[in-house]
Design a protein around this ligand. Structure first.
Ligand SMILES: Cc1cc2nc3c(=O)[nH]c(=O)nc-3n(C[C@H](O)[C@H](O)[C@H](O)COP(=O)(O)O)c2cc1C
Length: 202
């Protein structure tokens, strides 16, 4: 079922899996701990993403809020993201293997593959009543160094994971932005045959 809050804003042209619409990126997190099984189920969903040559380039380095690893990941964040990530239950850095394991050659699609894995994780979180928020607002070089990430991996993004809290817990400035977003119309993103050939929908 599509959440009522979502229904007001997101109006798909076709009926689709409700969890695709229900997933959005709030910033008000409750700060509660997650059960390990609930957390690991998200990575399980990521694990089943498709990838070129089934290379599975995605890796997730996570830290739970009340663990000794938390500060290492939290300190990578930019000031804007630090404001609201303080109440996330888990932070994760998503990295991607740049080469194929079977021949050591560069993979053209490793980012694409890892992107698919992240979306699996996000949709799974939605179906478990959890929320996720991806981020590029952090120090990529520091992540590589502080987390001792080998050179054959590229840092892709971070993600905050947790339980949603009322938006009133955010600063007034962030409260204004705490709403699901809309998308470009379908006929702007698909083209038939050649670039620029718009399709008439419906
Ligand atoms: C790779 C990536 C990086 C992002 N970086 C940030 C960020 O640093 N800080 C932030 O507040 N939101 C960030 N976002 C959230 C996007 O702004 C958000 O996904 C987008 O506006 C669409 O909204 P929705 O996720 O609620 O559907 C990021 C999202 C993605 C996928």
């Amino acid at each position: 079922m599509i959440d009522s809050e979502i229904q007001k804003i997101r109006k798909p042209r076709y009926e689709i899996n409700p969890n695709i619409l229900n997933r959005w990126s709030p910033r008000s997190f409750s700060g509660e701990d997650l059960r390990d099984d609930d957390l690991y189920a998200l990575f399980e969903a990521a694990r089943w993403a498709p990838s070129s040559y089934n290379n599975q380039p995605w890796r997730f380095i996570f830290a739970k809020k009340n663990s000794k690893h938390w500060n290492l990941l939290f300190n990578l964040l930019g000031d804007f993201n630090k404001q609201w990530c303080a109440n996330a239950s888990v932070l994760a850095v998503i990295i991607s293997h740049k080469t194929f394991e079977y021949n050591g050659k560069p993979s053209v699609t490793h980012q694409f593959d890892t992107g698919a894995a992240w979306e699996n994780l996000a949709i799974q979180a939605t179906s478990q009543g959890l929320v996720t928020h991806a981020m590029q607002g952090f120090d990529y070089d520091k992540a590589k160094k502080d987390l001792q990430i080998p050179d054959e991996y590229e840092v892709m993004a971070m993600v905050a994971i947790g339980k949603k809290a009322p938006k009133e817990r955010l600063s007034p400035e962030l409260q204004q932005r705490e709403t699901p977003s809309d998308r470009k119309p379908l006929d702007e993103i698909i083209m038939e045959g050649k670039f620029g050939n718009r399709v008439k929908i419906g």
